[in-house]
Design a protein around this ligand. Structure first.
Ligand SMILES: Nc1ncnc2c1ncn2[C@@H]1O[C@H](COP(=O)(O)OP(=O)(O)OP(=O)(O)O)[C@@H](O)[C@H]1O
Ligand SMILES: [Mg+2]
Length: 239
């Protein structure tokens, strides 16, 4: 269980998160809300980029906030950004390998693990392609593989479907749903595509102006009048 308890974040006069609590227990959980609601800030708290003014974050009882950001990565926290970080001059295989091995001669076990994750994301046949030659979907898939090596425990995606076609989004969703079974990691997904959230997240947290306005089973949450009201007048209303 990933437990967020009474987390508050302030940036000067802006209260980006206001006493937010949620206990994530499902393999794939969603975080949704209008622009500026505090979704990315919550991921930044989890990854250690942002220090909350108050509150706790624990995973199975372990205090994550006590770990420095690089220790959290070592512990198994993974993060993908809206813009993938793929090195143009490395191959797909090397881009993933550097996540777990900085040496010149990576062990066979590490190479096997990279190969396994590239197969999982569907990039095994393009392992030798240079980063510079990848299209946007291939970049996204490579980025997912980077998150999956090195025994992740919590994997976070911030708008992973941005810029993808409907079909690519469906493929990515299917892949995200497999992460828990394949690696044991719990996954958090921020996205404005409510159809994607509905399809892959069994529980969902809804933020609005830094506050939690709903949390629970995704279908229940999306039917909540407060959630519908928060989306009124925004581009998500059609979804
Ligand atoms: N580093 C920062 N300094 C100052 N204000 C910030 C900072 N990061 C976020 N904010 C503010 O905190 C609030 C929450 O921002 P956040 O990026 O978490 O929203 P979001 O839900 O991810 O929005 P979006 O859907 O647009 O990505 C916003 O008002 C934003 O302007
Ligand atoms: Mg954001």
């Amino acid at each position: 269980m990933l437990e967020i308890a009474h987390v508050t974040v302030r940036f000067g006069g802006v209260v980006a998160l206001n006493d937010v609590s949620a206990s994530f227990t499902e393999p794939v959980a969603g975080i949704i809300g209008p622009n500026g609601a505090g979704k990315t800030t919550l991921m930044n708290v989890l990854s250690g980029f942002v220090h909350p003014a108050s509150g706790h974050v624990t995973r199975d009882g372990q205090n994550l906030l006590a770990l420095a950001p690089h220790r959290r990565a070592h512990w198994g926290l993974r993060r993908s950004f809206q813009k993938e970080e793929i090195a143009d001059d490395l191959t797909v295989f090397e881009n993933v390998l550097v996540q777990i091995d900085h040496g010149r001669s990576a062990s066979g076990a590490k190479r096997d693990e990279v190969a396994r994750m590239l197969a999982l994301v569907g990039m095994a046949d393009r392992a030798d392609k240079p980063g510079a030659a990848l299209n946007s979907f291939e970049r996204r898939l490579t980025d997912v593989a980077k998150c999956l090596v090195g025994q992740p425990r919590v994997v976070m995606f911030d708008e992973p479907a941005g810029g993808l076609s409907v079909d690519e989004t469906r493929q990515l969703g299917a892949l995200i749903r497999r992460i828990h079974d394949e690696t044991g990691a719990q996954t958090l997904v921020i996205d404005h595509d409510v159809d994607l959230i509905r399809a892959i997240c069994t529980e969902t947290l809804v933020l609005d102006f830094g506050r939690r306005i709903a949390f629970g089973p995704t279908s229940t949450v999306l039917d909540d009048p407060k959630v519908k009201a928060a989306y009124l007048g925004t581009e998500e209303v059609a979804q």
